[in-house]
Design a protein around this ligand. Structure first.
Ligand SMILES: [Zn+2]
Length: 209
């Protein structure tokens, strides 16, 4: 049974509940997600979404929406682009858990920010973006482009199969990473440990090039 209980293996398990741990008595693999164990960067991103889920969802609670999201995100990380898979997970977990930020209109004055030619900032503590006027009196927050806001918003309503066709510029990925990092830090009141893991692997890959 060793293969079926490997990290990130998706399968059916018949478990026997002991005093503090479960014993697996029968297992069957559905999808082994081999690349998640063989490629370090994919492993790092898969670990990141697992850590996030552990903090956001109550232990052992049945949640089909969160389960489906985890599965489709692991598939994207494994077979496609690991950053896209992680951001898809972040954004849709915000939605499932009821924390989704306001991205297309200002949280203070409700003005549509997509027509705003000034600097728009994202502030996790305010629950979304501030227009160029309202952000003048605000010292926290990170500047974000309108393209990133539209894209982030779209990721929350797209089917994973359509995502594969998306071509996303590195700048948008960087901004989305900043938004989600700030957001979860505020919600969880801590920084996720796996973010360091991701950064270490990226540094290592840079040095090897
Ligand atoms: Zn405003």
């Amino acid at each position: 049974m060793r293969g079926t209980v490997q990290l990130f293996n998706y399968g059916y398990y018949l478990l026997y509940k002991g005093k503090s741990l479960y014993t697996a008595v029968q297992c069957e693999t559905v999808e082994p997600f081999v690349p998640l164990r063989e490629q370090l960067l994919k492993l790092a991103y898969a670990s990141y979404i697992s850590e996030l889920l552990t903090h956001i969802m109550p232990h052992e609670e049945v949640n089909p929406a969160a389960f489906d999201l985890l599965l489709s995100s692991l598939k994207l990380i494994s077979d496609e682009n690991e950053v896209l898979g992680a951001r898809y997970f972040d954004i849709n977990l915000m939605k499932i858990s009821g924390f989704f930020p306001r991205l297309l209109s200002c949280v203070v004055c409700a003005k549509n920010v997509l027509n705003d030619r000034g600097t728009i900032v994202f502030t996790a503590s305010k629950g979304g973006v501030l227009c160029s006027q309202c952000s003048q009196n605000e010292d926290e927050g990170i500047p974000v482009s309108r393209g990133t806001l539209v894209l982030t918003n779209r990721l929350s309503s797209m089917e994973p199969d359509f995502l594969k066709k998306l071509k996303i510029a590195p700048q948008f990925y960087e901004e989305m990473a900043e938004i989600t990092k700030e957001f979860w830090k505020f919600i969880l009141e801590r920084e996720l440990k796996t973010l360091n893991f991701i950064n270490n692997v990226k540094d290592m890959n840079k040095k090897e090039r």
